[in-house]
Write a protein that binds this ligand. Sequence first.
Ligand code: NAP
Length: 486
Amino acid sequence: MSDPMNVLVPEHRRLRIGDAWRDAASGATFVVEDPATGKTIAEVADADVVDGLAALDVASKAMAEWAATPPRKRSELLTATYRALTERSEEVARLITLEMGKPLAEARGEVAYGAEFFRWFAEEAVRVEGRYNTAPAGGYRILTVPRPVGPCVFVTPWNFPLAMGARKIAPALAAGCTTITKPAAQTPLTMLFLARIMEEVGVPPGVVNVVTTKRAGEVVSALLADRRTRKLSFTGSTEVGRVLLRQAADNVLRTSMELGGNAALIVCADADLDVALDGAMVAKMRNIGESCIAANRIYVEEPVREEFTARFAKRMGALSVGHGLDDGVDVGALIDEASVTKIDELVADAVNRGARVLVGGERPDGPGHFYPPTVLVDVPEDARMLEAEIFGPVAPIISFTSDDEVMAKANDTEHGLAGYVFTRDLQRALRFAEGLETGMLGINRGLISDPSAPFGGVKQSGIGKEGSHEGILEYLDVTYAAIDLP
Ligand code: NAP
């Protein structure tokens, strides 16, 4: 097939601000690399504060007209975006793989997932409602009027270059907000392509702006300090999330924070082991393990530990590693060298503390940022990988003997994004659902992401929800009117 870069002509590798595709005011650019080869694939504009504020300027000016655009019209533009993404799925998927490294089949899955946010929120756009009721003491009426919060700033990570932006842009537009998205510097191309698609389907200028930059700190803090910004939605690490929350506080911004995770996957002795194995493979290996909801710790009840571990290790060892665009590849390149080094250090730390490597564990030589699927057993409680986000294809297996014990271990983390439980006992499953401190739980399922379900964490994994009906509420303020009516 043709070069994936052909879909994004140089004209559209620039900043999308208002109706223009423009260079950074300074003329600066930065390069984007294919993580599987380390080769440069594109150069994009490197915005500074001047460009960021120019985007905010047009987003603020476009706000009144977009908010006043009939919901049905906004909805139709979102539907058109869904259709265009679906029709051009193969092009978008190849671009995702090229800049991010995931296998093409996974990139296709991300396009379907990302596009679905546009369809879902096209349906939500026409269902925004207020209410009217009699005050309990009588004498007046209470009317609530939902209103778009205003211009939104979005900061997104590299692991899902399309979907992490889509699940912010779609609800914001549905609610009547205008947007500025700063994609991750490692994967800016897919977001630029989305902006191009939205321009083509007729989304008005100023509603979807994209600012690519290597200077995230200064550009984003200038945007958050400006009184015209009314909302921050961030997806990324808890560490950066804390910094941005502090900055957002100075301007009292509405915030949605989708932060890091440390998911426990629990396999009970009564589980259907075929189901548990399928679920564990998805929960661990989807997106090469570079997912906030990836199973970071796999707890297996002692009676089935041996069988589960042997079968899981066999499946992990059978996965093929290579360039995501090549046929038959299950595990693509990790995002960068720092990521490979971090994972290698986490494995070495666990081994030094007594863990045993069943599969993988050796970083390969050669170009590209690869790490093999790895399974570790006898991982001691003080191993750093049980606390840190591994964010790669490494699975530590730990045995447990009672539900209280595993619940306490699973909850012993600052994170609370996702968890997974495999059991055929309904009461047991429900006790885990009530006891695990997570925003999301897969019960006999390794795949939980769904645009129609509320995605989000508790504890230091975040604030707010994306997707579902809750997703649009994040972009709406409510004005209440008291109406005198004796
Ligand atoms: P990251 O380092 O926190 O970066 C995320 C975004 O923030 C990038 O666009 C980055 O820009 C920007 N950024 C970095 N420092 C900044 C600063 N000082 N001010 C403003 N913006 C700044 O995270 P990542 O490595 O891209 O992504 C992995 C993390 O995201 C993991 O922790 C993962 O769990 C989390 N995540 C969470 C969810 C969820 O829904 N909860 C989903 C996906 C990922 P640059 O690219 O220029 O550094």
